[in-house]
Design a protein around this ligand. Structure first.
Ligand code: ZN
Length: 333
């Protein structure tokens, strides 16, 4: 019985060339469309409801199943992704963040992306970060800038040391409230002072999410505040999950359980138990790999990044694809 599921994660899908943020990291619409052609050639795309049916008693996945997942509820997903999915008769899963939609709040993770994309001169950003660290060093007893740099500036899977440094420092390393303060200062300096207007352009609103849902797309949970949920105590986790669940329930229904995408991929045992308790039975992490539904814990499934698959329609199958291609019948092409 087929049990492999290739879950692919997307964030921005937009044409950034010539825009105010040419450096934003994402797929162009053409790359996305080409990757969909590639995926259609080698995989069978299933939607969120089909996945939930497949894990129910008696259910199963088709051979070479793939699930397309879109985090954070960007307007890109409605304007650029949906038309391509619709044209190809595909369904996908979308994970909007309640606070971004309901409070027109720009998530820290996005503030950091747009700060980094606002200039090709990353040194300028690092020097402003150093400036603000100097300002707050005494009151927060922070280590030296050089200590931070040596520890955090390592090249990542897809990022340069400057970008990894900025992301690590502002997403995780600094004390929580200082993270918010410095991220907002940089966002104000490099991007805009009008966060509400920026949020309204960056994310889908409630009606747009409802229209996606009514067009056959799956809307799942990504939490209320896009926090590192593994750093919260159980009561705080419950508040975030419950408020996030109320929000996605206001958009659509999910008979057979709910799918959750962990902000930053972060979870712990307490969070898994809260999710199970609230009727979530699929959880998507940032572990890199192909999910095996008969062996993996369903609440901690691995995903591939879009960059793990080719972005040319006629690419030959890469390593990740070859791992599943033996499943089911041979591919003719
Ligand atoms: Zn996210």
């Amino acid at each position: 019985m087929p049990s492999l599921l290739t879950i692919i994660m997307y964030h921005y899908v937009r044409d950034v060339q010539g825009s105010r943020f040419p450096d934003i990291k994402g797929l162009t619409v053409e790359q996305f469309s080409a990757q969909i052609d590639y995926i259609k050639k080698y995989y069978t795309v299933v939607g969120g409801r089909e996945l939930l049916d497949a894990i129910a008693p008696g259910g199963e996945l088709p051979p070479r199943a793939a699930l397309l997942t879109f985090d954070d509820g960007y307007i890109d997903h409605l304007l650029n992704v949906y038309p391509i999915l619709d044209r190809n008769h595909l369904s996908a899963c979308f994970f909007p963040v309640a606070k971004a939609v309901l409070e027109h709040h720009v998530l820290n993770v996005n503030k950091i992306h747009f700060v980094l994309a606002s200039t090709t001169d990353k040194e300028k950003i690092i020097s402003r970060i150093y400036h603000w660290l100097d300002e707050y060093r005494a009151s927060y007893e922070l280590p030296s800038n050089n200590d931070y740099w040596i520890r955090l500036a390592v090249a990542g899977r897809f990022d340069t040391p400057e970008i990894v440094f900025t992301k690590h420092l502002l997403q995780r390393e600094l004390p929580t409230d200082l993270r918010d303060i410095i991220t907002s200062l940089l966002f104000g300096e490099f991007v805009t002072s009008d966060e509400t207007a920026f949020a309204s352009e960056l994310y889908m609103n409630n009606e747009q999410l409802v229209s996606l849902y009514r067009s056959g797309m799956y809307i799942g949970g990504h939490g209320y505040s896009h926090n590192w949920l593994n750093t919260l105590d159980r009561a705080e986790q419950e508040r975030d999950i419950d408020a996030g669940l109320d929000f996605i329930k206001s958009v659509g229904d999910s008979p057979g359980g709910w799918i959750f995408s962990y902000p930053y991929g972060a979870y712990n045992d307490s969070l898994l138990s809260v999710l199970r308790d609230r009727g979530f039975n699929i959880g998507l992490t940032l572990h890199v790999g192909i999910a095996r539904l008969d062996a993996d814990q369903l609440l901690t499934l691995p995903r591939l990044n879009t960059n793990d698959l080719p972005k040319l329609a006629d690419s030959s199958p890469n390593d990740w694809t070859r791992q599943v291609i033996g499943e089911g019948q041979a591919v003719l092409h």
